[in-house]
Write a protein that binds this ligand. Structure first.
Ligand SMILES: [Zn+2]
Length: 272
């Protein structure tokens, strides 16, 4: 009789040990929607030191592309070396007024779209805008030059394809379209996301000239997933020194180093 109690006790211990093991070693979420939305339960990475970009590949087995990928982002765009032939893709922007919420996810300031009214049409595939976030300084280079900042407009299609519009940001006029976002910007990663009062039409965020560099690259943060359609506008947009300094007082440096172009073409196209 007593022996049975001992066996039952042992069985309970074994069950708890197994459950405990699997709850500690839960797989890390790597879906596109969670890029740069990592929480404390996810794998830790940063922009410097032992968990910095050169070590991302070693931080988690799902980050393999960060070290061994051949189509990585960001890149230096050499304008003189862009592909001569035209890209046979029809690309249209459908941006309307939309309400955003803003959060500090520990890696960047991110504004999440609360609607699916904004989209990018590449051929017949519709990519809905999911979020905008910012890097300081810029991630991409233009002819070897960094800009003060870079904005990434994230779009995802129904079958999970990704398209990102990159906007270079240089010091100049105050950016009034982003004024409220900057006023509400959470300096601390523990603050809850805030919903902005005024809708934003991203069409007005884009520069006047719609000359764009297109290439196929990757997420610039772990897991560095490849196959991302990048569209980098050549003409930078402007923000005041105060706006740029406010962001860099929270994130002094959150840009991944330039990656090898390898065997890739960069096309120059016009956005419609
Ligand atoms: Zn980004």
């Amino acid at each position: 009789m007593r022996k049975n109690y001992v066996y039952a006790f042992l069985a309970i211990i074994i069950v708890f040990t197994i459950v405990g093991y699997y709850s500690i070693n839960k797989p890390v979420q790597t879906s596109f929607e969670n890029e740069e939305q990592l929480t404390a339960t996810d794998v830790y990475w940063s922009y410097e030191g032992a968990y910095g970009p050169a070590e991302w590949v070693n931080v988690d087995s799902s980050y393999e592309a960060c070290g061994r990928g051949e189509l990585q982002s960001p890149i230096n765009i050499e304008v003189a070396k862009t592909a001569k032939q035209k890209l046979n893709e029809e690309i249209h922007l459908n941006y309307e007024e939309a309400i955003f919420s803003i959060e500090n996810n520990g890696h960047t300031i991110q504004a999440n779209s609360t609607s699916v009214d904004n989209s990018l049409l590449i051929e017949d595939e519709k990519y809905d805008l999911t979020a905008i976030h910012f890097h300081s300084p810029s991630e991409h280079q233009l002819n070897g030059q960094y800009f003060d900042m870079e904005a990434h407009l994230f779009h995802e299609s129904e079958n999970g394809d990704l398209a990102v519009i990159g906007l270079f940001i240089k010091s100049g006029e105050e950016n009034k379209l982003l004024a409220e976002m900057w006023e509400e910007m959470p300096a601390d990663g523990n603050e809850a996301a805030k919903i902005l009062q005024n809708p934003i039409n991203l069409q007005q965020l884009l520069p006047e000239e719609k000359s764009v560099f297109q290439y196929v690259g990757s997420l610039t943060t772990p897991p560095c997933t490849e196959g991302v359609n990048w569209f980098i506008l050549e003409q930078p947009i402007e923000m005041s020194n105060e706006q740029i300094n406010q962001f860099s007082s929270i994130f002094l440096q959150n840009n991944r180093p330039i990656q090898k172009l390898n065997d890739r073409d960069v096309y120059r196209i016009e956005l419609n």
